[in-house]
Design a binder for this molecule. Sequence first.
Ligand code: AMP
Length: 282
Amino acid sequence: MRVVRTIPEMRVVAERLRRRHRTVGLVPTMGALHEGHASLIRTSASRYGATIVTIFVNPLQFGPGEGYRRYPRDLAQDVRRAAANGADVVFVPGAPQMYPAGFQTAVEIGELAARWEGRSRPGHFRGVATVVVKLLDLIQPTHAVFGQKDYQQALVIRRLIQDLNLPVAFQMLPTVREPGGLAMSSRNRSLSVSERRQATVLYRALDHARGRIRSGVRHAPSLIAQMRHMIDAQPAARVDYVAIVDAKTLRPQARLHGRVAILVAACVGRARLIDNLLVEVS
Ligand code: AMP
């Protein structure tokens, strides 16, 4: 497996892979790779001729105080993990490569990016969209692979691929969880043993709401109140938002119908965690 650090080299390597293989998968990450990332890489490697993993802690998508400097970085282990799961190339550009002095262009997404994460983290999706467009343009994969774990991010990227007519197929793969249900995340590293146990409440609250919906409940506000109550019962947890929304538009639904997404964001200790489940309302 090859490790590439510069944009000119990445352009050449990607071009060569595209010539050799009918399909090339791109898995963008911020590193600190865990089993969630590994499953994306394995799936890409099994479906496409070649797989490129990018590792870039993107400063543009972090607000002030959101822990850009604290974000875990472990390149040696990431490179081993990417290789072990079938990556052909790891691209590790570094901020000056991606944003040289004078950089001032951004990609802005409308309503879809304004709610939920976008509201709690102003500028976040503009940073995500900008880096993803740069990576897609540089690498020109046939397929771009994202996790459902970051559901709104996945929708934002699907939207921008469509809106900008980018010649790449969007793929969203399921969330990988710890045995207790906690969604795997690089941010889980900062949880203490007690916080990690308390953090499972996010999944338990989501699962509770999904169960109630499946057994016929259609009134979203009462489900949201129950979820908040469950999360608030954990001393280390503080809810940011809980929402039950149309799975395509992310607009809230009062009376549930069609395909819905249950979304949650909460701080547990120092970590801000997000999770979601999709439910088909019959
Ligand atoms: P990140 O490194 O957190 O930016 O994530 C990189 C990619 O991995 C994104 O597409 C995430 O949605 C995806 N991802 C992160 N955690 C998980 C997980 N637990 N299961 C599946 N995909 C994940």
